[in-house]
Design a protein around this ligand. Sequence first.
Ligand code: ADP
Ligand code: MG
Length: 316
Amino acid sequence: MVIEPDSPEANSAGTDLYEGFDPKTRAALDLTADALVQPPTKRGGPIVRIQNLHKSFGRERVLDGIDLEIERGKTTVVLGPSGTGKSVLLKHVVGLIKPDNGEVYFEDQRVDTLSEPALVPIRKRIGYMFQLGALFDSMSIGENIAFPLVEHTQMDASHRAACVQRVLSLVGLDGYQDKMPAELSGGQQRRVALARAVVLQPCLVLYDEPTTGLDPVRADVINELILALTRQMGITSIVVTHDIASANKVADRMILLHQGAVICDGRPDQVRASDNAVVQRFIQGEADASDLEKIRRAFAGESDTPTLFQEARPDP
Ligand SMILES: Nc1ncnc2c1ncn2[C@@H]1O[C@H](COP(=O)(O)OP(=O)(O)O)[C@@H](O)[C@H]1O
Ligand SMILES: [Mg+2]
């Protein structure tokens, strides 16, 4: 089930997610804003196609034959524990990492064989919210958001300023142009990163761990914004996360990565109903039983191998 942003479930804690947002921002989030709305793309078929993708770093095999099609206009969430290759997978979509084997297509154009200059027009159409937001510390909020416009458009300064103002308003940060990233809270910084990811009106946005490290209320603001921007701008979204609550909120479809492969792919209700033990463990947020046993034994001093836990214990 995908929870509608304005349903009671979406706001079960009774918190006003847009508390402090001015009326204009609230209105903009009500899917009525016009200036940024693009007609939904008319083309059919998947927007991204990944075939038999393999990627290793040294002897570590990270992606081991991924096949994936990303449906247009939907939010696909890629789940998996830390270190399973979720970020590596996203980077392949924009050609930041080249595969050892396999093929990556965006809008039927093969991406993985393109040169850096040939990738520029593709990157213009794909917004990327990097892990932890990755704002430029020495640039103001306005300069951070304008950065893709400076890089990729001929816009004059006043037009850029209007675009910056527009997306800042969309994420509830009207008037923050001249502040520096360090002056903002973690949640506000993520909202700026989100604004920067959509300022070029991309048709696809890649979100890398958009809610990681945020408290549940602030995480939910980001979830709501992802939903609102996806719908308002007709965007296709790929959200990479290990936050199952966030995934439940935004996903039309969930994909679970495990040991370099897709082990589950379907609607959220289908994934939740999976009888695969690894899938269940992940969505219930449980550690592997054998890992728990290792930790218990280590603390009890029964482990044969020296562990971090033993080293951390004071000398008797
Ligand atoms: N550029 C790189 N060079 C070497 N190893 C990398 C590189 N990028 C990622 N890795 C390794 O690939 C594995 C998967 O990383 P990543 O995709 O960041 O995981 P996550 O699922 O947490 O996003 C990790 O073991 C990581 O250390
Ligand atoms: Mg990652």
